[in-house]
Design a protein around this ligand. Structure first.
Ligand code: F6R
Length: 610
């Protein structure tokens, strides 16, 4: 989704803004722009395409002298990717510049109202009404903060805004509602951004403004006022990530680096949720065991891969806990009336902690009196703030758009949550068994990562395939959902996950000579069943690639080159290992097709709008 940066200090702002935008490029974008206080007014530069276009246009920012500015990467929602639609947008009189992340749902009404007053717009965006409104209220009030408050009071939707006024050189204003925003003041400058990687070169002390608060930044200070205009004090959060974590470090892509970081992400997550003996009694202080004891139902909520984490957890939880467990895509849950028990524990899974649908599902659950636990990677993010308790995954910053290490860390966290519930309910033996299985996951994942080249070489032989199917049963099916999503996202192949037993109820008609079918085989009790599904498609010409638990006996005529063995500490937690093999498979196909795995077309890292 769109990225916002802002810098005000004593150095030239433009190169810093361009650098900040590069750090946010992982969020996904199709055009970019900057605005600066320059020669007594506001100037803007905007370009379609990769950031290199904007960098070229501004010669790396060297044509500007201004020390205060805002920048934006745009992921088109309203209006095509075009320079006229790129941000920053200016008010008609050129006095106000705005960058916006989010969607203004009532922009048509506002536009019509402003047009009736003589406004002439130059873009098709929903965002352009914002500087026009702010300029209108500035004329009425003569006071920038009040103008921002009045303008934002008219907006329906989601927004994080960075704002410049030509009359107030050296100042940036910022405000948010439902969209993410971080701000910081450090030696000699103040900054805003959509996400912390853009700030890490400067500081690790940041604040997360609350909804509706107006932040005013100058080189010397940062002040925050609430909706009544009263000053608010924020204690800075310390970000644990350092700037090295957000660099490629010699790898061909962030995605490759991040897959190789899976074992560490798991290890750090497990360590932070367990005590010295590997017990997860209160999950590192994340939750009160008494609350866990009362749990009579579990409901996992998330989107995309985070939803798949819930599906994998559901198989494990319903088997071990014997209570009802459901998993809902957050985007559906929010508009349904899913009946939930009074003592249901809702678990909202989100890497970014800012996915709009997951946040809405959290709000809806809490409104209904359900206790919500967040499983979140970004400290201080909206979902972390709005849930009743948080289990942080410690995957570090994830830059590649398609999630890998965060997904695996999330699985560790939800398995440990299940172990903690088992213990709270008095089933110490099963809790210990599960904890030991989770403790073994980083080593098993490291063994798969150690076979990365072999897996990617196998993948390159699939690079011509247009379609692929992923089949498995039980937890293997959950893993298949994630494996097929990875392939779709970064290779643009059509890929489908199927519960192996469902295949013959229709989809088998799509199987033809040479179609790759990835069969995940880690569940001993239903292995024979999945294998017979694999045999059925082989008989119809499919090329079956087996991702099999070590020691699983496969039919003798299975081609060795098409078997990936994965060590599985326990079938209940196998998706955390088998998925790593599928992440590498997808990366291998992507590499063979010379595609960019980090920024797949049309995708955004943080989906902060509906
Ligand atoms: C897939 C992927 C997405 C995210 C989804 C939720 O590779 O990255 O499906 O999992 O957009 O994002 P978070 O976890 O940030 O809520």
């Amino acid at each position: 989704m769109c990225g916002i940066v802002g810098y005000t200090g004593f150095e030239a702002a433009a190169p810093r803004l361009l650098d900040g935008l590069e750090k946010l490029a992982y969020r996904g974008y199709d055009s970019a722009g900057i605005a600066l206080h320059e020669r007594g007014g506001l100037v803007t530069a905007r370009a379609v395409g990769k950031l290199g276009e904007l960098i070229g246009l501004t010669r790396g920012g060297s044509i500007y002298r201004g020390t205060c500015g805002i920048g934006h990467t745009r992921w088109a929602t309203h209006g095509a990717p075009a320079a006229r639609n790129a941000h920053p947008h200016l008010s008609q009189d050129g006095g106000v510049a705005v960058v916006h992340n989010g969607i203004i749902e009532n922009y048509r009404i506002l536009k019509a109202e402003l047009e009736a007053e003589g406004a002439v717009f130059s873009s098709e965006t929903d965002s352009e009404v914002i500087p026009f409104l702010i300029a209108k209220y500035l004329k009425q009030t003569g006071e920038p903060e009040e103008a921002i408050r009045r303008a934002t009071a008219r907006l329906v939707g989601a927004y994080a805004l960075g704002i410049l006024f030509s009359e107030y050189p050296g100042r940036i204003y910022a405000v948010r509602y439902q969209s993410p925003l971080v701000a910081a003041h450090c030696e000699g400058c103040s900054l805003i951004a959509s996400d912390v990687p853009a700030l890490l070169e400067y500081t690790r002390q940041v604040i997360y403004p609350a909804e509706g608060e107006v932040v005013c930044l100058t080189p010397d200070a940062m002040t925050v006022t609430n909706a009544d205009g009263k000053a608010v004090r924020h204690l800075p959060h310390t970000v644990e990530w350092d700037s090295a974590a957000a660099r490629k470090d010699g790898y061909s892509s962030f995605m490759e680096k991040e897959i190789r970081e899976v074992p560490r992400a798991m290890e750090q997550t497990i360590r932070s949720l367990t005590d010295g003996e590997g017990r997860c009694t209160d999950l590192g202080g994340g939750i009160d065991p008494a609350r866990l004891r009362e749990t009579e139902e579990l409901c996992f909520l998330g989107c995309g891969s985070a939803y798949h984490v819930g599906v994998a957890a559901q198989y494990c939880a319903e088997k071990l806990l014997g209570i009802p467990v459901r998993t809902e895509p957050a985007s559906e849950f929010r508009y349904r009336r899913v009946p939930l028990a009074k003592n249901c524990l809702a678990v909202a899974v989100s890497q970014s902690g800012e996915t709009a649908d997951t946040l809405a599902a959290v709000r809806e659950s809490r409104r209904r009196g359900i206790y919500v636990l967040g499983v979140v990677n970004v400290v201080g993010s909206a979902i972390a703030r709005e849930t009743d308790a948080v289990l942080y995954t410690r995957a570090g910053p994830e830059i590649a758009v398609a999630t890998t290490k965060a997904y695996c860390a999330q699985l560790c966290a939800v398995y440990l949550l299940i172990a903690a519930i088992l213990r709270a309910k008095g089933n110490e033996e099963e809790a210990r068994r599960l904890e030991r299985a989770v403790a073994a996951l980083p080593e098993c994942a490291a063994a798969v990562v150690g076979r990365a080249e072999k897996i990617m070489t196998l993948a390159s032989s699939l690079s011509g395939a247009r379609d692929a199917f992923f089949i498995g049963r039980g937890a293997d099916y959950a893993a298949c959902m994630e494996g097929s999503l990875k392939l779709k996202e970064i290779t643009y192949s059509h890929a489908e996950a199927y519960a192996a037993g469902e295949l013959k109820h229709g989809t088998i008609s799509l199987i033809e000579e040479g179609v790759p079918v990835v069969a995940v085989l880690t569940q001993p009790h239903i292995l024979a069943k999945t294998l017979s599904g694999a045999e059925e498609v082989r008989a119809r010409g499919a090329r079956v690639i087996a991702i099999a638990g070590e020691g699983v006996a496969l039919p003798e005529d299975f081609a060795d080159r098409d078997v990936i063995s994965v060590p599985v500490p326990d079938p209940d937690v196998s998706p955390a290992v088998s998925t790593v093999a599928m992440q590498l498979l997808a990366l291998g196909v992507c590499r063979a097709r010379a595609l960019d795995p980090d920024q797949p077309r049309n995708l955004a890292k943080s989906v902060t709008v509906e």
